[in-house]
Every structure is written in structure tokens, then in C-alpha cells.
Design a protein around this ligand. Structure first.
Ligand SMILES: Nc1nc2c(c(=O)[nH]1)N(C=O)[C@@H](CNc1ccc(C(=O)N[C@@H](CCC(=O)O)C(=O)O)cc1)CN2
Ligand SMILES: Nc1nc2c(ncn2[C@@H]2O[C@H](COP(=O)(O)OP(=O)(O)OP(=O)(O)O)[C@@H](O)[C@H]2O)c(=O)[nH]1
Ligand SMILES: [Mg+2]
Length: 482
């Protein structure tokens, strides 16, 4: 039992260390513009920290001469921001005050609602900074919410996913994560690991007993089902990543097959120029579309062919670059013509990738040899973009590829973040090693070393057991004012 207690105390120390390191920087009051700059009718300057209300009292004047230091939490007040040095009125505003600890950061928060536009908001921010606040780093408000224990790390990461969500589905996954659904799942896995550890320690404390076969079996079963659950999360993470980041989908093909026509059809607008002249598209066109909740970054490229035209040549090189980074390639061919050299060149470039072949122009007499396509690709859709035929079939194939036959409901816990996925993969490997050790005939407590490591690894997802540099890297990706 003593070792079990030792493990718990190690965990406690790790936790205290992360909190203490954070505390040094938590004393000052930070400020930033929290709304898009120069857009919209109102802009918000937000402060967080002990000094927020005091700073406000230096720069705010209410027409009714209210004592701003005595206002109640969660109330709003009308007045003016005045530069105390020059007595100049900067803006007419409404301010709100939220008293710690029931706030976004768990610190005192003051928000100044100014007139939108670039100048007003920037000058109000400058006044706040001149009177005692420090400019917040990107994500620092949310980082404080994390360091002060209101949310854990995976919840904090969900905040940025929420802001960047491109479809309703990616939004609802982020909201679930913000509400702590992923954390609950990870914590329950960690609890079960701790249970297994306790079990091992209890057994090791009675060395005179033979290690019971039953005990090992039970541990094995528990740990294997734990690994299966981790595996399930890892398997679905590919879908999760696409829902979070979007599916990079590149349309390629030789000139004039109808690539830009397909982009326009999927976008339902005349975005790209379409002509019957081969080599019409010269630059890369990138647009967002939403197919049944899946965010798609759709890329139309210059038709790939050998050309002496300098501009087109650069376009063709770019097309090839985009092929490299695509999650999915839509390879378009002209069904009214036999496959030719340029098609085969492209086939060579893409045959080992994720490809949907679209055989376009089936409204015309067909001359293409489908067997040649089938030799290299398994998904082939016949379409006539001009006759608006086959577009839905293309969308269906995309959805199938993303979900790969798996039905994930909105309430399923879905891992969307690569950091989480990588951490789960590592945790799984460590726990599997633990299972091996457990069954190797070596002393049981050797396995507990690995299981403890697995526990610490899982804790990196919620931030329970995570190094400062990882935390810094996460928050520096945030936008300013969040
Ligand atoms: N004006 C404004 N709107 C905003 C935000 C903000 O900071 N300011 N938010 C910023 O992202 C979001 C709201 N997020 C928030 C999250 C927690 C708390 C908060 O005070 N939580 C308290 C509970 C308060 C209560 O129940 O009365 C707590 O957890 O103790 C506030 C806002 C979106 N809208
Ligand atoms: N008959 C027929 N013509 C089509 C179809 N789809 C596109 N076209 C025509 O084919 C020509 C080329 O279309 P684009 O969409 O510009 O082709 P592209 O592949 O983008 O061509 P580049 O940009 O030059 O590489 C245009 O005249 C289109 O109207 C189709 O399904 N059937
Ligand atoms: Mg084109």
C-alpha cells in the first residue's frame, strides 16, 4: 500500500508544480481587444486581474457621478472613457464588471464596450494600458481560466476550436469538449488505471501468498478493455481531425475536363472561370464548402500538362504541390475521350493516394476505357457537371470516406485534436507494455511502473500532468483577446 501512496504523492507534486509556475505571472492585470478590429458596430476592450476595477475608476466618468468602485458584479454602466492626463474624452461607452471568482478567468473582469471601428477601440485600449494594465498575450485570458482551475486543458483547447469551427457539426463537437465531455472520458480511463494500480499494490503487499491466477486475469481483462477504449478514440480521431480542420480536397485532371465547372457546381456559384479553352485556370483557387457538416477546403487547380507558357507552367507546378498536401484528390477525366498521356502522367502521381475518380461529360458519347481506371482506383463516379448529374453522388462518396461507414453521433466523444490523438497513441503503447510485463512472470510491481507512466501520459490531455512548454505552445496558437 505504501507504494500506492507514493504514486499518489508523485502525482500531487506534479500538479502543484504546474500551478505554482503559473502563479508568478498571474498577479498583473491584462487587457486586450476581444472583438474583431474594425468590423461591426461595437468593440470590446477586456481586462482581467485584481487591478481591473481600479484602472477603470481612473479612466471612466459616469454622467451621474457614480462611484465605479462600488458597482455590483454583473452590472453594466453608461459613461465616458477619459484620458486622465489630458482630460480628453476618448469614447462614449458601456462598461461591465464581473467580480472574481465567478468569471471567465476566475479573476476580476472589466469589459469596455466602445464604438466599433479601428480608432476608438485602439485608443481605449491604449488608455487602459497607460493606466496600469499590461497587453495580454494571445490566449492569455483562457490560459488564466485554465491555470486558475475553471477549465482543464482540453476544455481550453476547445475554446479555440469553437472560434474556428466551420460547420455546425464541428461547432457542436467543440461545445461538447468545452463542457468537459472529453475530459470526463479521459478521467474515467485514468481512474480505471489507478484502480488497476491499487490492485497490483494490494497484491504485492502480501508476498507470502502466491500471486493468484485470478488476480492476473482480472487485471488483464480490465487493462485490455481500457486499451480497446483508447483504440476506439484513436480510430475515430481521423474523422474528428477532419471535422475540426477540414478535409483538404484537390480537384486535378488534364486541361478542359471540367474541374472548374465542378468547383462551381459544388459551391453553387460561378467562382472560377470556365471556358472551352484548355489552360483556362492558371492559379490555384481555394474555397470552403460544407458537405453534410464536413468542412471541405476545396481546391481547383490548373490542368496538368506539358506547356511552354510560362504562367501556365507555374500553375501546373503548383497543382502538383497541392497534390502532395491533399487529404483527398478528386481526379477528373473526360469520359467522351480516350485516356491519354496526360491522364496517365497524373495517374502515376496519385495512384497510391485517397482518390475519387470523376468521369465527367457522360452527356456526350463515351469513349473512355473504364477498365483502365478500375485497375488503379476503386471509387469511380460518372458525372455530367454540365447536366448537373452526379454531383450528389460525388458528395456521398466524400461523406462515406470521412466517416468510413462508422456512425458517429453528435454525443459521441470525438477526439479532434492531433495533440490528443498522439498522446492517446503513446498512452496505449505504454499500457500495452504494462500488460506484457504483467504476463511475463516478472514481479507484478514492475508492471505498475509502466501503468503509472500511462496514467501520467493520459493526464497530459486534461493538463493534469503536463509540462509548461506544452501549455505555452497551446496558448500561443490562440488569437489575441481570447
Ligand atoms: N461579453 C462577453 N461575452 C462572452 C464572453 C466574455 O468573456 N465576455 N465569453 C468569453 O469567452 C464567452 C462566455 N464565456 C464565459 C464563461 C464563463 C463565465 C463565468 O463567469 N463563469 C462563472 C459562472 C457565472 C455564473 O454562473 O453566474 C463560473 O464558472 O464560475 C463567463 C463567460 C462568450 N461571451
Ligand atoms: N459536354 C460537357 N461539357 C462540359 C461538362 N463539364 C464541363 N464542360 C465544358 O468543358 C469546358 C471546360 O470546362 P472547365 O470547367 O473550364 O475545365 P477545367 O478542367 O477547369 O479546364 P482548365 O482550367 O483549362 O484546366 C467548358 O466549355 C465546360 O462548359 C460536361 O459535363 N459535359
Ligand atoms: Mg479550370
Amino acid at each position: 500500500m505504501t507504494k500506492f501512496i507514493l504514486i499518489l504523492s508523485i502525482l500531487a507534486i506534479i500538479k502543484i508544480e504546474t500551478l505554482e509556475e503559473g502563479e508568478n505571472m498571474l498577479n498583473d492585470t491584462i487587457a486586450a481587444i476581444s472583438t474583431a478590429i474594425g468590423e461591426g458596430g461595437i468593440g470590446i476592450v477586456r481586462m482581467s486581474g485584481d487591478d481591473s476595477l481600479n484602472i477603470l475608476s481612473k479612466i471612466f466618468k459616469s454622467p451621474k457621478d457614480k462611484d465605479i468602485k462600488k458597482i455590483k458584479s454583473y452590472t453594466m454602466h453608461y459613461g465616458f472613457i477619459i484620458d486622465p492626463e489630458t482630460n480628453e474624452t476618448i469614447d462614449e461607452v458601456i462598461v461591465s464588471y464581473m467580480k472574481a471568482p465567478n468569471t471567465y478567468t476566475r479573476e476580476d473582469i472589466v469589459e469596455i464596450n466602445c464604438h466599433g471601428g479601428v480608432v476608438a477601440v485602439r485608443r481605449v485600449l491604449a488608455t487602459v494600458l497607460n493606466n496600469g494594465a499590461r497587453l495580454a498575450e494571445p490566449g492569455e485570458f483562457t490560459k488564466r481560466a485554465f491555470l486558475n482551475g475553471r477549465i482543464d486543458l482540453s476544455q481550453a483547447e476547445a475554446v479555440i476550436d469553437l472560434i474556428r469551427a466551420k460547420t455546425d457539426d464541428s461547432m457542436s463537437i467543440a461545445v461538447n469538449q468545452l463542457k468537459g465531455k472529453l475530459s470526463e472520458k479521459i478521467e474515467s480511463l485514468m481512474d480505471r488505471l489507478l484502480g488497476a494500480l491499487a490492485h497490483i499494490e494490494a497484491t504485492v503487499d502480501f508476498p507470502e501468498d502466491d500471486v493468484d491466477e485470478l488476480v492476473i486475469n482480472k487485471l488483464n481483462n480490465n487493462l485490455k478493455s481500457l486499451v480497446e477504449e483508447i483504440d476506439y478514440l484513436i480510430k475515430n480521431a481521423e474523422t474528428g481531425k477532419i471535422l475540426r480542420e477540414g478535409l483538404r480536397t484537390t480537384i486535378v485532371g488534364k486541361p478542359n475536363v471540367g474541374k472548374s465547372s465542378l468547383l462551381n457546381a459544388l459551391l453553387q456559384e460561378k467562382r472560377a472561370i470556365v471556358t472551352d479553352i484548355p489552360g483556362t485556370t492558371r492559379d490555384v483557387i481555394e474555397e470552403y464548402i460544407n458537405i453534410e457538416g464536413i468542412p471541405i477546403i476545396l481546391v481547383d487547380t490548373a490542368g496538368i500538362r506539358k506547356t511552354v507558357d510560362v504562367v501556365e507552367k507555374i500553375g501546373v507546378e503548383k497543382s502538383k504541390e497541392y497534390l502532395e498536401n491533399a487529404d483527398l484528390i478528386i481526379f477528373m477525366v473526360d469520359a467522351s475521350r480516350p485516356l491519354e498521356g496526360e491522364d496517365f502522367e497524373i495517374i502515376d502521381l496519385i495512384k497510391h493516394k485517397n482518390v475519387i475518380v470523376v468521369a465527367n461529360k457522360v452527356d456526350l458519347p463515351q469513349k473512355i476505357d473504364f477498365n483502365l481506371l478500375k485497375e488503379n482506383f476503386s471509387i469511380i463516379v460518372k458525372a455530367s457537371v454540365k447536366a448537373e448529374h452526379g454531383i450528389d453522388a460525388i458528395k456521398e462518396k466524400i461523406v462515406d470516406l470521412v466517416y468510413q461507414g462508422k456512425v458517429t453521433t453528435k454525443n459521441d466523444v470525438l477526439v479532434t485534436n492531433i495533440r490528443h490523438k498522439d498522446t492517446l497513441i503513446k498512452a496505449k503503447e505504454i499500457i500495452q507494455k504494462g500488460i506484457e510485463t504483467l504476463n511475463s512472470g516478472l514481479p507484478l510491481d514492475l508492471a505498475s511502473i509502466e501503468l503509472k507512466d500511462g496514467y501520467l501520459k493520459l493526464g497530459e490531455i486534461t493538463g493534469d500532468t503536463v509540462a509548461e512548454d506544452i501549455i505555452d505552445r497551446i496558448f500561443c496558437d490562440f488569437c489575441i483577446g481570447k
